[in-house]
Design a protein around this ligand. Structure first.
Ligand code: F6P
Length: 548
């Protein structure tokens, strides 16, 4: 089925035409209950989508589109463990990782829970030993520094969660995340750290990722320079991987290898042992609260009618903005400092999942799929790029995310922070009309000539759509719900666009080429004649100036 040719899609195009001239100001003026109608709260997590540019009939048609695409059927297929990741022939079962009760999952005859629970137990044991100081380094010291070495899903999720929950962090442990191949990431850290008190968590589903492998080998060399004995690796390295044999080859003993499985996608792996550094930071019970929050969102997603289903609503709104209003990008604007890594996490989640131009059957899509996701801490953005959001003329839907209470409270900070967040979404939505701007300038005592000159600069078109997501505070449960909300949103979008959201072949070509170019950069001229002129010109530059 080509969804863009269906009556449901065509009816949405009609809604788009009907609403083309309707400003968010009009939508609010027409309905005093708009906030109540277009917002929803689940266990304290409030999603306000009233500042989106649609009305109930448009939303009803979006729901019809979701039904046509069989969102409910695909959702059930995912939860049942069907191999919906067809290009890799894999099930998609990250939801098992946050399945907290004693029952089988996804089914009695295909129960993955015994292995999940066994790894949780292994995690708990490690977490308790490290946090209590029982885990000792090669000289008998307690661990003080945890360095997670990983990239992509093996970095972004745990880094986001560790930072977001840093107020709950163990007082004597410090956490670092190393992902970049550039030695400027690892080198200064190694200078600062003491090998006797440092524990490396090498997180890599495949255990073949070049960046992680090079960083892990450098860390091992650094440790060996101090410890001199192979057995020290067991005291300072843990691996999280679906390839235990490769971790073993690296020198990590089986007792320090935590397994993940092929049915856990990298960008969906925070909930697995990839979250070990989060658990080390906030304790295993805290980590389980994170899992419970995600499970609460899973239950909501699985059981709530589409009309009240938060991930479905968020997905449909994004589809409306992208495919009907024509938005090419979307901004993620967290206002809490501790949520600083949310935009990067969502970039991978959204763009690696749905940044595709062919459907599940390999046919070209007839509409754009995922928009470009970008973002920054809200208040910082206000003093950088918000000018363009307000007056640049681009349609850029925004997600504002903020916790009502501060995780690191200081007097006089939180109320202005919240005021800024709300002011921006209101200013973007409602703007300032020419009449309002004229009135202000007149009040300020400007002459007619001055007003005429300034007026165009003082008008704000508004009508910039946004969703605001509020949490009571930054706690593990709320964070779990929030991240699972976005995961399922991405899934629903993928279903409607007919995309397999769980593969990422697009990252392979660059990896292959990098491997091919490495010898040339190191000076091997054998294949120079086969290089394109741009690449060979750039390599010549590296040969001249690079110290490789
Ligand atoms: O290159 C993309 C990717 O495969 C991501 O999907 C993944 O999260 C990341 O690399 C890291 O992979 P791994 O955990 O296997 O090292």
């Amino acid at each position: 089925m080509n969804i863009t040719l269906t009556p449901e899609w065509l009816s949405l195009l009609e809604h788009q035409k009907r609403l083309e001239k309707t400003h968010l100001r009009d939508l609010f003026a027409q309905d005093s209950q708009r906030f109540q109608r277009f917002s929803s709260e689940l266990e304290g997590l409030l999603v306000d989508y009233s500042k989106q540019r649609l009305d109930q009939p448009a939303l009803d048609s979006l729901m019809a589109l979701a039904r046509l695409a069989d969102v409910e059927g695909w959702r059930d297929r995912m939860f049942s463990g069907e191999k919906i990741n067809i290009s890799e022939d894999r099930a998609v079962l990250h939801t098992a990782l946050r399945h907290m009760d004693y029952k089988a999952f996804p089914a009695v005859d295909n129960d993955v829970m015994p292995q999940v629970r066994a790894v949780r137990k292994q995690m708990r044991d490690i977490v308790e030993r490290v946090r209590s100081g029982l885990w000792r380094g090669f000289k008998g010291d307690a661990i003080q520094n945890i360095v997670n070495i990983g990239i992509g899903g093996s970095d972004l999720g745990p880094k986001l969660a560790t930072r977001a929950l840093s107020a709950l962090q163990h007082p004597h442990l410090k956490f670092y995340y190393v992902s970049n191949l550039d030695s400027a990431h690892l080198a200064p850290l190694l200078e600062e750290l003491d090998p006797r008190t440092t524990l490396f968590v090498v997180a890599s589903k495949t255990f073949t990722t070049q960046e992680t492998s090079i960083n892990a080998h450098t860390a091992r060399t650094w440790l060996m320079a101090a410890a001199m004995e192979e057995w020290a690796i067991a005291k300072h390295f843990i691996a999280v991987t679906s390839s235990p044999a490769k971790a073993h080859e690296f020198g990590i003993p089986d007792s320090n290898i935590l397994e993940i499985w092929d049915w856990v996608g990298g960008r969906y792996s925070l909930w697995s042992a990839v979250g070990l550094s989060v658990a080390l930071a906030i304790g295993m019970s805290g980590f389980e609260r994170l899992l419970m929050g995600a499970e609460a969102m899973d239950t909501h997603f699985r059981t709530t009618p589409l009309e009240q289903n938060l991930p479905v609503l968020m997905a449909l709104i994004s589809i409306w903005n992208t495919n009907f209003l024509g938005a090419e990008t979307t901004a993620i604007l967290p206002y809490n400092e501790s949520m600083r890594h949310l935009p990067a996490f969502l970039q991978q989640l959204e763009m690696e999942s749905n940044g595709k131009a062919v459907d599940r059957d390999g046919q070209a899509l007839t509409c754009h799929a995922n928009p470009i996701v970008w973002g920054e801490i809200g208040v910082n953005g206000q003093h950088a790029f918000f000018q363009l959001l307000h007056q640049g003329g681009w349609l850029i839907p925004c997600d504002f995310v903020v916790a009502a209470s501060s995780d690191f409270p200081l007097p006089g900070h939180q109320a202005p922070l919240l005021a800024n967040c709300l002011a921006q979404s209101a200013a973007l939505a409602f703007g300032k009309t020419e009449a309002q701007a004229r009135e202000e300038l007149t009040q300020a005592g400007l002459s007619e000539a001055q007003i005429a000159k300034l007026l165009p600069h003082k008008v704000f078109a508004g009508n910039q759509p946004s969703t605001t997501i509020l949490m009571p505070g930054l706690d593990p449960f709320q964070l779990g719900m929030l991240l699972a909300l976005y995961e399922h949103k991405v899934f629903v979008q993928g279903v409607i666009w007919s995309i397999n959201s769980f593969d990422q072949w697009g990252v392979e070509l660059g990896k292959q080429l990098a491997n091919r170019l490495l010898p040339a950069i190191l000076g091997d001229q054998t294949n120079d004649a086969q290089l394109d002129t741009s690449t060979s010109g750039l390599i010549a530059y590296f040969r001249r100036y690079g110290h490789v």
